[in-house]
Design a protein around this ligand. Sequence first.
Ligand code: NDP
Length: 282
Amino acid sequence: MSETLDQYGVIGHPVAHSWSPLIHGMFARQTGQALDYRLHDVPPERFREYVLDFAARGGRGLNVTVPHKVAAAELASELTGRARRAGAVNTLMLDAERILGDNTDGAGLVRDLCSNLGLTIAQRRILIAGAGGAARGVMAPLLALNPLEIVIAARVAERARALAADFSEPDGAVRGCAFEESGGGRFDLVINATSASLHGEVPPVAESAVDAATLCYDMAYSRTDTPFVRWALARGCQRAVQGWGMLVEQAAESFHIWRGVRPDTGPVLALLAGGHPASTAS
Ligand code: NDP
């Protein structure tokens, strides 16, 4: 490990495809922060020992990705409120006294939706497809903005119901169900929080859920339109967006936690996705 620069990185398995070194390298240059950010490909059985060793050698912070997010929450000596509610950690801050676990995914999504895309969440109807880790991570930040309703739809209805129950509101604004039970008109925002796009698939969202004014947001990202973005555009949706903005904004939030400065995400997003990665129907 270099003795001169503060050490950061992303830990996952596999992790070679990660954009995080490029993103954090740009943030560091832009803000004049001297740091080193690397890939750490570590299998689950070595995760704990690896992080403890990285910290013991002076490592300052790690982004955590698949499949280690829950293990990172278990390893942390302290969790932020949002990491506790998400049940998962995507950012570790390391120092001599503690291992602090945080989760910046939800904040990243909300910043992309509200600041970059200009969406208002208050009093809007939101459909979340999928009930995995990413869906859980965005629930609290979305609810904090007072949507009218959040419906979580999943292949296994029980998973969606369990997730909804963990975030239940007194006014019943959160509901979990199977995809075929999610009907009941259009939604203002449909978020694909499934990993379907990674397999070239589209989750079975009801066609009636989207119209021209619905913002369709795929958490997955790709250099070409994802299957969910193509699906939304084919149904007349005017704005269908990939998760590049969420990726860059969650990284900026981690960078801020580590270094105390907030980078400008605009140039990074422009480089990764050629401006904002919104596909619009023509
Ligand atoms: P998980 O593995 O925790 O959850 C994936 C979910 O997708 C599961 O609930 C699974 O359902 C569901 N699913 C998979 N395939 C299908 C399908 N064909 N139809 C319907 N449901 C399906 O993954 P994560 O929650 O961690 O990640 C979800 C997505 O979000 C990924 O694409 C990931 O890349 C992306 N992501 C993007 C981020 C960003 O910064 N842009 C940050 C974090 C995640 P079941 O339970 O039935 O198997």
